[in-house]
Design a protein around this ligand. Structure first.
Ligand code: APR
Length: 237
């Protein structure tokens, strides 16, 4: 089905969530083994946690950055990169901050939640490599606190990234969601915007999502890697 839809579409946008990375060994947030299981995300991934729970904030992000050092993008990432090169895909909007689309060589990524693969100083905005968190050095030369360049709960998304994502959603003829529970806004407005601009909406997610009733096609209970491989085999790449 996805192969046929891709062939019929002149403007296809893929929208990925944490479910895109679980087959690379990166936990998602809200499924049974997710990072937020039994944890209030605001206690670790918010601007309040950065201020009032700094030690837990640093160890939470240091452990995620450390775990990513040995993670490789799975085959599904390579399929999306190759579809981009072949012109089957116009952009990849991602909620993920693990950098795996970029590591897979995808030039079309719009990272709307920033990245944990780069750090910056809260005070002077000086940027630092992720290595600083691996070395547990959180102080900038200016004395400010160094934090990951991720959008924390309670922070606004980068305006340019959000505008680029909204533009891509408005222009899409085909909008494919891969591995998101679609519960976090404003990211979850994007499939709606695509649908309102008469895109065909496909949701590939192991579990049901609140936007399933909006979708033209829904695939539950299957792994993204298998779904993408099957479509790639049909398309010949
Ligand atoms: N194949 C298909 N679906 C999968 C797979 C897989 N291999 N692995 C996980 N999933 C599905 C899960 O069933 C789950 O519904 O992916 C979904 C991931 O949902 P979340 O964990 O909520 O992740 P996401 O939607 O990306 O979260 C959005 O929340 O915490 C914030 O900023 C964080 O960007 C994140 C945002």
């Amino acid at each position: 089905m996805i192969a046929n839809l891709l062939q019929a579409s002149k403007n296809t946008v893929v929208f990925t969530g944490a479910g895109m990375s679980t087959e690379s060994g990166v936990p998602d947030f809200r499924s049974a083994q997710g990072l937020w299981r039994g944890i209030d995300p605001r206690s670790l991934a918010s601007i309040e946690a950065l201020r009032d729970n700094t030690n837990d904030f640093v160890s939470f992000y240091s452990s995620r950055i450390r775990a990513l050092q040995t993670v490789k993008p799975h085959r599904g990432y390579d399929v999306l990169t190759s579809w981009g090169k072949q012109g089957w895909l116009q952009s990849v909007i991602t909620q993920n901050t693990d950098g795996l689309h970029e590591i897979a060589g995808n030039p079309q990524v719009i990272p709307i939640h920033g990245t944990i693969r780069e750090l910056h100083c809260e005070a002077c905005r000086n940027t630092y490599p992720e290595q600083r968190y691996l070395d547990e050095e959180v102080r900038c030369s200016c004395g400010g606190f160094i934090r990951p360049s991720v959008v924390l709960f309670g922070e606004m998304l980068d305006e340019r990234a959000l505008e680029a994502a909204e533009q891509a959603a408005r222009q899409a003829e085909l909008f494919i969601v891969l591995g998101s529970s679609l519960v976090v806004s404003p990211a979850n407005w994007l499939p709606r915007i695509a649908r309102e601009h008469s895109a065909k909406l496909v949701i590939v997610n192991e579990e049901p999502t609140p936007l399933d009733t909006l979708a033209d096609y829904v695939i539950h209970g299957r792994k993204i890697g298998d779904v993408l491989q099957e479509a790639a085999d049909k398309l010949g790449y």
